[in-house]
Design a protein around this ligand. Sequence first.
Ligand SMILES: Cc1ncc(COP(=O)(O)O)c(C=O)c1O
Length: 324
Amino acid sequence: MSGPGAGAHDSGMRVASPPALWAYLDGEFLPLAEARVGIATHALQYGTGVFEGIRAYAAPDGEELYLLQARAHYERFAQSCRLLRLDPGHTPDELVEITLELLRRSGLRADTYIRPFAFKADPVIHVALSGLATGLGIYAVPMGDYVATDGLRVCVSSWRRLSDNAIPARAKITGSYANAALAVDDARSAGFDEAILLNEDGHVAEASSANLFMLRRGVLVTPPVTDGILEGITRGLVMELARDQGVPVVERSIDRTELYAAEEIFLCGTGVQIAPVIEVDRRPVGTGRVGPLALALQAAYMRACRGQDERRRHWLSPVYGRGR
Ligand SMILES: Cc1ncc(COP(=O)(O)O)c(C=O)c1O
């Protein structure tokens, strides 16, 4: 599953801005290097922005690029905006069209990551949500794997996932990612690849930037959307693929120690794709090797993302228009 930018998981994906890459900022397409905001921007000071992460996958012949679940991402973006009283000024459908145009302008044909961002743009020193202008930016950069997809070693973090009554995990709010950063930084410093965060009730919530699935006694289990998780779009796609393969799927709370008893665990998300977990808190998951269900789902997911599964063409928006 490697591609351009593979290895990004070592130090994160640094956003380079060669002249060919474009961005969209407040109604204009411009070179990414010129898409800038000032130091006093409210969102930069107070974390009052919301964002999305969308992927586009290259077709195997390299001729087409498919935007994955664009509409669903922009519907969630609209929901995040409502929560923070942001007005992106465009409907989800318009944002999909703008994104397709951005990709075409950049001429991108390799795997790409798209980052839409709505933010409180005023240079104001004042904690508030109302009465502030909204800025809207979108940029796209080539990206391969974000984390290893051949077996992660994870720990349960001592940091708790933010609760719905603190900063809602349901929205992708920029400020809330300090919570994820604290957890994943701790995990990496201790020699793990990723952190699993428990919610305030002590149940498993999710990883720093991915949802979690566990296979126990032949049933695929994932925390419900009321357990302090982002309502992941990949999570929904994984449930669809698993049911299609005859695997029962249940949404219910997961205890920490069930992770130690699971046959398989994997993470999923736009960035991490489907990333199997082979160790939790230094205990092997199942056999300690990547499990057969995770492998089967990874294969089915990548086929669908690259336009090779006719039944899942509706997941994709072709950028250059082939097969529209
Ligand atoms: C905290 C968090 N959970 C889960 C996910 C997975 O969501 P999605 O599948 O919509 O990308 C993400 C983002 O990728 C995330 O940041």
